[in-house]
Design a protein around this ligand. Structure first.
Ligand code: PEP
Ligand code: MG
Length: 580
C-alpha cells in the first residue's frame, strides 16, 4: 500500500480500478514487482504487443485502401519492429531477471533501440527514430492503460490516472464512467483543476509521479477531502474508506437541504451566491444548486476545441443557452480569456517563454480585434435575449479598459444599424486580477460598471507564484497576509465608490474563506455550483458582526500559516461536521 499526498480539487471519496492515460512524454521510472507477479507482467507485455500489432495492421490496411501502398509501408515497418523476436525477448528478459515492471522494461529496451538508430550514418535511418518513438508510445499505452478515446468506452466506474490532462480532455470526463482523478501535474487554480472542480468528482492533483507508480487494473482510493491517494490499499484501509465514502454522501445530501434557502446571515444581511461556469449547459446546474445567476462564464472554453474559433452564430446560441439555463437571472459573460494555459489550436505551436506574463486575456483580444468583435457581436445579440453583463479579463490599465469598452460600442453601433435588438445599457465591467489594477482601483471605479475580483490570477501575480506549477504550489495561498490586505483595500474602495464588487476566484467557493470575505465587506461571491450549498449553510449560521471580527483578527497575523489555522478553527466552530 502506498499513500501519496497532493492537492485536492474536490472533496469526497472514490474507490476503484485504475486506468492510466497515455504515458506520452513521461519517463517511466524504475519499478520492480514481486516474484509472484512476474508472470502477470509477462502476460501484460504479451497482450500489449498483440494489441499494438493489431492496431498498426488496421492502420496500414486503412492507409492502403485510402492512400495507396507507399503510405501503408511506414506502418508495415512498425509491424516488423513489433514482431522482432529479439526485441521482445530483451524486454521479457528484463522482467524475468530483474523483476522490472513491464512498462519500465519496455521503455528501457525501446530507448536503447532508439539509440542504435541515432548512431547510424544513413540520414534516412536516423529519420526512423521518430517511428521507433511512436512504437514505444503505442506499446506503453497498451501496457499502462487507455488512450483518450478509450475513456469514452469504459464499461465500469474507473479511476483515471494521468501525468496531466488538457482542459479539453477534462471537459469530456462528464461523458465517461470516470469516478475520480489523480494527476502528476497541476495546482489548485490551474484550469484543469477548475474544470475538475466543476465536474464535481473527487480528485487529487500535483502528485508528481503517480502516473508512473501504478499500472492499469490496480485499485486506488482517492481521498479528495484529505488530499490523498492510496495505491493498492490493504483490506482494513479499504473497509474504512467504504465507510467514509458513505459518510461523505450523507453529508452532501444534508447540504442539499440548504440549496434553495436564501444566503442570509443570522442578523439578516443578504449575500448573493453566483455560479462560475465553463460551458453553457452548466448554467442550469448553477440554478439547481441554489445560485442566483452566473457571476463568471468562462467563454474561452468555446474556443478550445479542435475545430477552432466558433462562428458568431455558434457563440450567440451558446450564450442564449446559458441565459435560458439561468432562468431570469443575470449572466456575466467574460470575453475570451485565451493565452497563458489556455491556447487555441493554432497558438499552441507558438511557444512563449513566460506565458502567464505573455500575450493573454484582454491583451490577446485587443491584438485580435476581428475575433474580439465577432464575440462582442454575439454577446450583444444575446443581450437582446436576456439579462447579460460583459466583463473583460486581466484589465491592467485604464487604456485597456477604455479600448475594450470602445470596441463594445463599435459593435453595438454596427448591430443597431443592422436593426438588431441589443441592450444599449449593457453593464460593462472588469476582472481585477493584477496588483497594478488593485493599486489603481479608485480610478477604475470611476469608469467601470462593476468589478469582479479574480483571485486566482491576482494571487499568482501578487505573490509571484505560477498558479499551475505543482513545484511551487505550497507558496500559492489566499491566506498570505498581503492577499488579505489587497482584498481589504479593493473591497473598501468599491464600497466607498458604490461600485458593484464580487469575487469569482476559487477562494470564493472555499468554506475556509467564507467568513473572512464576508467580514471584509463582500456581498457577492461567485463559485463552482457544487460549492454553493456548503458556503450558503455557513453564511446562514453566522452574524455579520462575527464575520467582521474574524476578518479584523485575520488581518492582524503576520504569516499565512497563522491565517489558515485561525480561519480553520473559526470555521470549525461554526460548522463542526464539515469534513474538510
Ligand atoms: C481568476 O483569475 O480568479 C479567475 C476567476 O479567472 P480564471 O481562473 O479563469 O483565470
Ligand atoms: Mg483569471
Amino acid at each position: 500500500m502506498d499513500i501519496l499526498r497532493g492537492i485536492s480539487v474536490a472533496p469526497g471519496v472514490a474507490i476503484g480500478e485504475v486506468v492510466v492515460l497515455e504515458a506520452e512524454d513521461v519517463r517511466i521510472p524504475y519499478r520492480t514487482v514481486a516474484k509472484d507477479q512476474i508472470p502477470e507482467e509477462l502476460t501484460r507485455l504479451k497482450e500489449a504487443f498483440d494489441a499494438s500489432i493489431r492496431e498498426v495492421q488496421e492502420q496500414a490496411e486503412w492507409l492502403r485502401e485510402h492512400l495507396g501502398r507507399d503510405a501503408a509501408n511506414v506502418f508495415e515497418w512498425h509491424v516488423g519492429v513489433l514482431k522482432d523476436d529479439h526485441l521482445r525477448e530483451s524486454i521479457e528478459e528484463k522482467i524475468q531477471q530483474e523483476g522490472a515492471a513491464a512498462a519500465y522494461a519496455a521503455s528501457t529496451v525501446m530507448r536503447n533501440y532508439q539509440r542504435r538508430f541515432l548512431q547510424m550514418s544513413d540520414p534516412l535511418l536516423v529519420e526512423r527514430i521518430r517511428d521507433v518513438q511512436d512504437i514505444e508510445r503505442r506499446l506503453l499505452r497498451n501496457i499502462l492503460g487507455a488512450s483518450a478515446e478509450d475513456l469514452a468506452h469504459l464499461s465500469k466506474p474507473t479511476i483515471l490516472v494521468s501525468h496531466d490532462l488538457t482542459p479539453t480532455q477534462t471537459a469530456h470526463l462528464a461523458e465517461t464512467k470516470v469516478i475520480g482523478v489523480a494527476l502528476d501535474a497541476g495546482a489548485a487554480t490551474s484550469h484543469t483543476a477548475i474544470l475538475l472542480r466543476s465536474w464535481g468528482r473527487p480528485g487529487v492533483i500535483g502528485l508528481k509521479d503517480v502516473a508512473t507508480r501504478i499500472s492499469g487494473g490496480d485499485t486506488m482510493i482517492i481521498d479528495g477531502t484529505n488530499q490523498l491517494v492510496i495505491v493498492d490499499p490493504n483490506p482494513s484501509t479499504l473497509k474504512e474508506y467504504r465507510t467514509r465514502e458513505r459518510a461523505y454522501v450523507r453529508f452532501s445530501g444534508e447540504l442539499n437541504e440548504f440549496q434553495h434557502l436564501p444566503a442570509v446571515t443570522r442578523d439578516e444581511h443578504r449575500v448573493t451566491l453566483l455560479s462560475n461556469i465553463e460551458f453553457p449547459h452548466e448554467a442550469a446546474i448553477g440554478v439547481a444548486k441554489g445560485g442566483e445567476g452566473i457571476g463568471l462564464y468562462r467563454t474561452e472554453f468555446l474556443f478550445l476545441r479542435p475545430e477552432g474559433a466558433p462562428s458568431e452564430d455558434e457563440q450567440y446560441e451558446a450564450y442564449c443557452e446559458a441565459i435560458d439555463g439561468a432562468g431570469n437571472q443575470p449572466v456575466t459573460i467574460r470575453t475570451f480569456d485565451l493565452g497563458a494555459d489556455k491556447y487555441t489550436q493554432q497558438r499552441s505551436y507558438e511557444q512563449e517563454r513566460n506565458p502567464m506574463l505573455g500575450l493573454r486575456s484582454i491583451r490577446y483580444s485587443l491584438q485580435n480585434l476581428d475575433m474580439f468583435k465577432v464575440q462582442l457581436r454575439a454577446v450583444l445579440r444575446a443581450s437582446g435575449h436576456g439579462k447579460v453583463r460583459v466583463m473583460f479579463p486581466l484589465i491592467n490599465s485604464l487604456m485597456e479598459f477604455r479600448q475594450a469598452k470602445m470596441t463594445v460600442h463599435d459593435a453595438m453601433e454596427d448591430l443597431e444599424e443592422e436593426g438588431v435588438r441589443v441592450d444599449s445599457d449593457i453593464e460593462i465591467g472588469m476582472m481585477l486580477e493584477t496588483p497594478a489594477a488593485a493599486i489603481q482601483v479608485k480610478e477604475f471605479c470611476r469608469e467601470v460598471g462593476f468589478i469582479s475580483i479574480g483571485t486566482n490570477d491576482l494571487i499568482q501575480y501578487l505573490l509571484a507564484v505560477d498558479r499551475g506549477n505543482e513545484r511551487v504550489s505550497r507558496f500559492y495561498t489566499a491566506s498570505h497576509p498581503a492577499v488579505l490586505r489587497v482584498l481589504r483595500d479593493v473591497i473598501r474602495a468599491c464600497t466607498q465608490a458604490g461600485i458593484d464588487c464580487s469575487l469569482c476566484g476559487e477562494m470564493a467557493g472555499r468554506p475556509l474563506y467564507t467568513l473572512v470575505l464576508l467580514g471584509l465587506g463582500l456581498r457577492q461571491l461567485s463559485m463552482a455550483p457544487a460549492n454553493i450549498p456548503e458556503v450558503k449553510k455557513l453564511i446562514r449560521l453566522v452574524t455579520m458582526g462575527q464575520a467582521q471580527r474574524i476578518a479584523r483578527r485575520a488581518l492582524s497575523f503576520e504569516t499565512d500559516r497563522q491565517v489558515t489555522n485561525y480561519l480553520r478553527d473559526e470555521t470549525r466552530k461554526v460548522l463542526p461536521e464539515d469534513p474538510i
